[in-house]
Design a protein around this ligand. Structure first.
Ligand code: PMP
Length: 428
């Protein structure tokens, strides 16, 4: 029994499942989760001192790699000035201005502390603005764990085989319509039957919670057109994709202008910051300007905002996203080639600094295809890679991430380890 096993046993006595967020628990791949003690650049070290190349990056935020010195300096300086005031502060204006500049569909923006809050608030706002109550979401998309959105919501719940959570009264989700991702016809039919009751459509334009599944341009533009035609609010959830797939997020990749956008992860640079923002006329409905209530003791926290602001400055370096994309490309092409040469059915895809690995013959376009992945093969591959010091997400329903700190050396090591892992799978 190593120290990870010991800590996991001890953790389970005081913490449900030993973890503070379910997908950390290695449930679908088996074994003890690794307890990390430190991280630097593209690496993390667990409590036994074992070093890993990190392809989770705290589930997205650490786009600069861990421990970026400029981010740390900004955080330390902010700490020295005070941890929280619960008042307005100047850095909140600076980050709001930066967000508006980088994501032009956002005219004004409200900060919160988690993607869940951003999603919950955005749909409340859409309902308040339109005076309607129906919300359309798509199967396999996750928008946080607020009650109305926790239906067929991807990753964590899929990993544990529950499409939706217990404990949510049926009435709460009665107005949540769940449709198939990448199916514009079904969306159009739904609008035709009840379009005047639909407050909003919420979507991950590049899905990252059913592994990575890209929205087709027709699908994303159909959402825009139908929302405009029927007076519904289009919400693009960029908690994962914002400043990750491109500087302007997924909306810049598709050339689509949502009415509201949710941000999280990278926007906080590793600290708890999220945001929702968009059209000024809609945002003016939020308290104190309007009747839609939303609040937070630590919203716009100065230490968290300092990390976010420093991160947003650094991702604007010339060529940043070209480099990030080429890292994802090298990794996914190398893994695909390694699997092909070993004769294992596997494919991969990427978008900016985000990627998907699929134990499937072809890249999936919707949730039902993702569910066909060979989870047993993935579990064995995952553990082989973990032993070889490559830390991927412990589920076939999660996307992966690279940072600008990942160099050719780490990518080559990963591809070589993967070649052995695929060979071991083949050998049975
Ligand atoms: N939306 C998306 C697209 C996400 O990926 C996540 C988190 N993985 C959330 C919302 C929820 O964010 P948080 O975990 O910060 O509540």
């Amino acid at each position: 029994m190593d120290r990870n096993d010991e800590l996991f046993e001890r953790a389970q006595r005081s913490i449900p499942g030993g973890v503070n967020s379910p997908v950390r628990a290695f449930r679908s791949v088996g074994g003890s989760p690794r307890f990390m003690q430190k991280a630097s650049g593209p690496f993390m070290w667990d409590v036994t001192g074992k070093k890993y190349i990190d392809y989770i990056l705290s589930w997205g935020p650490m786009i600069l790699g861990h421990g970026n010195p400029e981010v740390l300096r900004a955080v330390h300086e902010a700490c020295d000035r005070g941890l929280t005031f619960g008042t307005a502060t100047e850095p909140e204006i600076l980050i709001a201005e930066e967000i508006r500049k980088l994501v032009p569909s956002i005219e004004t923006v409200r900060l919160a502390s988690s993607g869940t809050e951003a999603g919950m608030s955005a749909i409340r706002l859409a309902c308040g603005f339109t005076g309607r109550s129906k919300v359309i979401k798509f199967e396999g998309c996750y928008h946080g764990h607020s009650d109305r959105l926790l239906v067929k919501a991807g990753s964590g719940m899929l990993t544990f085989g529950h499409p939706s959570s217990a404990g949510i009264p049926a009435g709460v989700t009665a107005d949540t319509i769940v449709l198939e991702y990448n199916n514009p016809q079904q969306l159009e039919d739904t609008f035709r039957s009840c379009g005047s009751e639909i407050a909003c459509v919420i979507v991950e334009a590049v899905g990252g919670n059913m592994n990575m599944v890209k929205g087709s341009p027709e699908f994303i533009h159909a959402i825009r057109d139908l929302c405009t035609r029927y007076g519904a609010v289009m919400i693009v959830d960029e908690v994962m994709t914002g400043f990750r797939v491109a500087l302007g997020g997924a909306q810049s990749v598709y050339g689509v202008k949502p009415d509201l956008t949710m941000l999280g992860k990278v926007v906080g640079g590793g600290m708890p910051v999220s945001a929702f923002g968009g059209r000024r006329d809609i945002m003016n409905m939020v308290a104190p300007l309007g009747p839609v209530y939303q609040a937070g003791t630590l919203s716009g926290n100065p230490v968290a905002v300092a990390a976010g602001l420093a991160t947003l400055k650094l991702v604007q370096a010339p060529g940043f996203y070209d480099r990030l994309t080429s890292i994802s490309r090298r990794l996914t092409e190398g893994l695909t080639e390694a699997a092909r040469s070993e004769g294992v059915p596997f494919c991969a895809d990427y978008c900016g600094g985000m990627f998907g690995l699929y134990f499937l013959p072809k890249v999936p376009t919707r949730f039902s295809e993702v569910t066909r992945a060979d989870t047993a093969a993935f579990g064995r591959w995952f553990h082989h890679m973990l032993d070889a010091g490559c830390y991927f997400a412990p589920s076939t329903y999660e996307a992966g991430f690279v940072s600008i700190a990942h160099t050719d050396k780490e990518i080559s090591h990963t591809i070589e380890a993967a070649r052995e892992a695929f060979a071991a799978l083949k050998a049975g």
